[in-house]
Design a protein. Structure first.
Length: 444
């Protein structure tokens, strides 16, 4: 039997021609992952490695580790961005869209249907809702714990995180969280450059969030090894197009034009759909650390503006733990809770649009970016600040809204233990806590 060509060397068909068969293959593979990928972003990346690297050999271990490191570096949902990047390298921009649509569609539909079903229902006093709110406490507490271990391994970064939490709680105003992220980056640039220059790295990865290290195991840390083993210039039809520097510059220009322009247009034309587009696009652009971090950024906007209630928001977040796929599909839930299917689609596209632009803009420049100590130091500071923001969100609005009695706190503590000590899947915890909430409600 003939040996297959090395992964990095395989370029089927002519670059720039994304065949219908290739797009359908990308979509169906991603759809299967979207239906079965429970466990959050770290688990998603493990599923991706098994499917795309081990089984289908669309790229090699080293290239995959480089893509993971890049997407951990960027704001937005890292696992979704990895899928988008692989789709782009396989079949250009259409391939990225096919990969995103397949992976996102199952959970987005489930979350939108959940919102529509309960939009007209009275949530007051519902026992299952009480359980979902408690799930949010346990899940976010576990996320804070894991992120703190990975992203604040020294006194400097722990101090940045603590300061970020204090400022976020003390100044609960619009724009505070964005300012805290910027200040975290400046603090990292000022205080962590020596550590970055000395070659210190986050545990297991060159990136910014937990999980990348586990995926690079056995393949070396991202970026090490022969140059030919890094991200290939074209891993499939259309790959060269997706990684062109001209396209990257256009992607960066569009990214910043929307990020800076939408708030201005929104002030001139205060339409509801434009406000939703601006809010969710901004959230997708500024969230470092994954889906859990989108919670505090969106809560200020959608709850503060009265688009949905705090109970609806936290119930949706709890329900998101029970479905496979990316946590960012919470946007479909929020949009559907506001105005049904049109706003569900609008919010979903808006929150993921920055991921497409950032991946397309960063792929050609990743080799150059990751070598700069100033960039690594600033990113370390940003990630530490994100830990603080999530810690603040754990207290307000999550803890203050969900925990009212010793029984509530006991369930939250038990849920945290099940997640951290016994590694119970999140979807199992959702079912367990919903049942426990109904039992508590029945007992009075």
């Amino acid at each position: 039997m003939r040996e297959p060509a090395p992964v990095a060397d395989r370029v089927p068909q002519e670059p720039g021609s994304a065949s219908r068969g290739a797009l359908l293959e990308i979509f169906w593979v991603a759809l299967r992952l979207g239906l079965t990928s429970f466990g959050g972003p770290i688990a998603h990346l493990a599923y991706f490695q098994e499917e795309y690297v081990r089984r289908r050999r669309w790229l090699g271990d080293r290239a995959f580790a480089d893509i993971v490191a890049l997407c951990q570096f960027l704001p937005g949902p890292a696992s979704s961005q990895v899928g988008i990047a692989i789709g782009m390298m396989r079949a250009g921009v259409p391939g990225g869209v096919a990969a995103w649509l397949g992976f996102t569609l199952p959970s987005a539909l489930a979350m939108a249907l959940f919102a529509l079903y309960f939009r007209e229902q009275s949530l007051s006093g519902a026992g299952w809702l009480r359980g979902l709110l408690i799930v949010a406490v346990a899940v976010v507490a576990a996320a804070v714990w894991e992120m703190a271990v990975k992203l604040t391994p020294d006194r400097t970064r722990a101090s940045i995180a603590l300061a970020a939490a204090i400022v976020t709680l003390a100044a609960p105003w619009a724009g505070t969280q964005v300012a805290v992220i910027l200040l975290g980056g400046i603090s990292g640039w000022l205080l962590l450059r020596d550590a970055a220059a000395a070659g210190e790295r986050e545990p297991g990865a060159s990136g910014s969030a937990p999980g990348a290290g586990a995926l690079a195991a056995g393949a070396g840390a991202p970026g090490e090894g022969a140059p030919g083993e890094s991200i290939p210039a074209a891993a499939g039809p259309g790959g060269a197009l997706s990684l062109s520097r001209r396209g990257a510059r256009l992607a960066w220009a569009l990214f910043f034009a929307l990020l800076l322009g939408l708030p201005l247009v929104r002030k001139v034309y205060p339409a509801g759909w434009l406000a939703v587009l601006d809010t969710f696009y901004r959230a997708g652009s500024l969230v470092f650390g994954g889906g859990h971090v989108v919670l505090p950024l969106l809560a200020r906007e959608v709850v503060g503006a009265g688009w949905i209630t705090e109970e609806q928001f936290l119930a949706g977040y709890g329900a998101a733990q029970a479905v496979p796929g990316p946590l960012f599909t919470f946007a479909a839930y929020a949009g559907a809770a506001m105005q049904g299917w049109p706003f569900a689609a609008l919010a979903l596209i808006a929150v993921f649009a920055p991921s497409f632009l950032l991946v397309a803009g960063a792929l050609p420049y990743w080799e150059r970016i990751r070598r700069r100590k100033e960039v690594r130091a600033a990113l370390w500071g940003v990630n530490a600040a994100v830990v603080g923001i999530l810690l603040a969100a754990l207290y307000d609005p999550i803890f203050t809204k969900a925990i009212h009695t010793p029984a509530d706190f006991s369930l939250a503590l038990g849920g945290f233990g099940l997640l951290k000590l016994w590694r119970l899947p999140s979807w199992c915890l959702v079912l367990l806590m919903a049942a426990a909430g109904m039992a508590l409600q029945a007992l009075g």
